[in-house]
Design a protein around this ligand. Structure first.
Ligand SMILES: [Zn+2]
Ligand SMILES: [Zn+2]
Length: 249
């Protein structure tokens, strides 16, 4: 018996390894994606004036930055002046085989993802990096900082961006009682959705990046994805996919 015990322990160790690997495969969000992930992303409801180009490794999204829904004539700025929305072309490459990472990366200032409207997503924070934009909205002489889409342009008028649920988009595409529809994608390649989880209610299992793995209308087999939320942090605080964070100009 003493001679066979180590052998049995090795066997036990091997089968434990195999069981762990099998579980990882079943729950790995990246592995849950189907082969046409990129094609499904490219097929989303991107605004008619956007350029959508699918390559082997990346989906390239371009626009003049002006969303395909109404915007306000004026937005209040911190310094008491106002600005309007103006065009500035962008082109963003999104990986079409996103890789889920156990470690997270803080979302950067500036563009963190592209919306189907042609606008872009920013993280929850204002320029100081700590004030949550949606919680610090203000109105000067009837001119608001953020519009009812939780969005505004930069002070120079460019880069119209959402800091929370983009109601101008979700009101058009989401349906009561159902999971939200894909309304964009972050720079790590994982898709962005409105506030409705399965059954139409807010998901209760979101991670620190406001993401979870589950079925969506576009990915019924299940996939890792982000939700914009009606409670803080409203936008996305971190990436859970491998990402090259752009350096800020
Ligand atoms: Zn902003
Ligand atoms: Zn979901």
């Amino acid at each position: 018996m003493p001679r066979t015990l180590p052998f049995l322990l090795i066997l036990a160790g091997l089968s434990a390894c195999e069981a762990t690997e099998a579980d990882d495969t079943a729950t790995d969000p990246a592995a849950a994606q189907n082969a046409d992930y990129g094609a499904t992303l490219a097929d989303a409801g991107w605004a008619d004036d956007m350029t959508v180009s699918l390559g082997d490794e990346a989906l390239t999204l371009g626009d003049d930055g002006i969303p395909d829904h109404d915007v306000l004539e004026a937005y209040a700025l911190m310094d008491g002046t106002t600005t309007g929305v103006s065009a500035r072309a962008y082109s963003v490459e999104i990986p079409v085989t996103p890789v889920y990472s156990d470690s997270t990366t803080d979302t950067n200032m500036g563009t963190i993802g592209v919306a189907i409207s042609g606008g872009v997503y920013f993280n929850p924070y204002e320029g100081d990096g700590t004030s949550i934009a949606v919680d610090n909205n203000f109105v000067v002489d009837g001119v608001p900082f953020l519009d009812t889409c939780n969005a505004h342009p930069l002070p120079d008028g460019a880069d119209y961006h959402y800091h929370g649920v983009p109601y101008c988009i979700t009101d058009e595409v989401d349906e009561d009682g159902a999971h939200s529809v894909l309304i964009g994608v972050l720079l790590d390649g994982f898709a962005v959705y409105g506030p409705q989880g399965e059954g139409g209610t807010a998901p209760t299992d979101l991670d620190e990046c406001s993401g979870h793995t589950g079925a969506t209308p576009e990915f019924p087999a299940g996939v890792y994805h982000y939700h914009l939320t009606e409670t803080a942090p409203y936008s996305i605080d971190c990436y859970h996919g491998e990402v090259e964070v752009p350096s800020r100009p």
